[in-house]
Design a protein around this ligand. Sequence first.
Ligand SMILES: N[C@@H](CCC(=O)N[C@@H](CS)C(=O)NCC(=O)O)C(=O)O
Length: 262
Amino acid sequence: MSVRPAVVLVTKGRPMSEQKLRLFTFPAAFGLPTAGPFGLKLEMALRMLEVPYERVFEMDNRKGPKRKSPWIEDGDTRIGDTELILEHVARTRDVVLDEGTTPEERARGHVLRRALEEHFHQVFEYELLVHERSLDLVRQMATMSAPKILARPIAAYLRRTVRKHLFERGIARHSPAEIEAMGRADVDALVAWLGDREWFVGDRPTKVDCIAFGLLAVAIRCELDTPVFAYVRAQPTLVAFVERVLARYFPEHASSVARAAA
Ligand SMILES: N[C@@H](CCC(=O)N[C@@H](CS)C(=O)NCC(=O)O)C(=O)O
């Protein structure tokens, strides 16, 4: 697969490849560089590719071109969606994630990534933002961008909005027990898939590790006592996977044990 640029893209008089990307993500939280799983996915990918970027924290995902977080600005170009951003990076910086993997490895990574991004992400958002045990956390998050007095109404609005969105997406049509069972099934599959290997596909990190890391790191580190997050935390191989990524790509956020082992 080659997506190398045929022409040098220029903006404001400078080739794009020399510009630093501006990466807009939710603020740091839970001992992680950002609270958002897709922001973590993109940061890990950019670090794997050694593409320099500048972080900009923005709580309001509606400001992004796809009204979702994260997004980037590259000179005059604004792009939302991690996949489209990575395509842009490949075009303008001549660096491609997963170069050297076989078609079969790419296919396996693609299918697992879709399962994580399209299904497990729904369970994830339900537990983080809608579950009754996340109420205090959502109120705390609301005070990050608004006065304390508004925390309750903002949290209530956020939970209502996310529940409606998750109803449209599918997961919130199910009972809490059904959602828990669906989430546990995803976690069981991840544990079985990873086995005692270091990475989900092949013997080195690939793109699917980026989204697995984003979702699992928040589930583990947010300390919410919701059923699926607690179940993730109880899986030693998934906890070790997250610490491995942190030690390799975000040493400033890794536990001292993982840093020493890296
Ligand atoms: N397909 C998108 C997914 C991004 C996404 O779902 N972001 C979440 C936060 S992690 C978001 O902005 N949710 C708010 C919303 O959907 O309104 C990507 O790859 O960037």
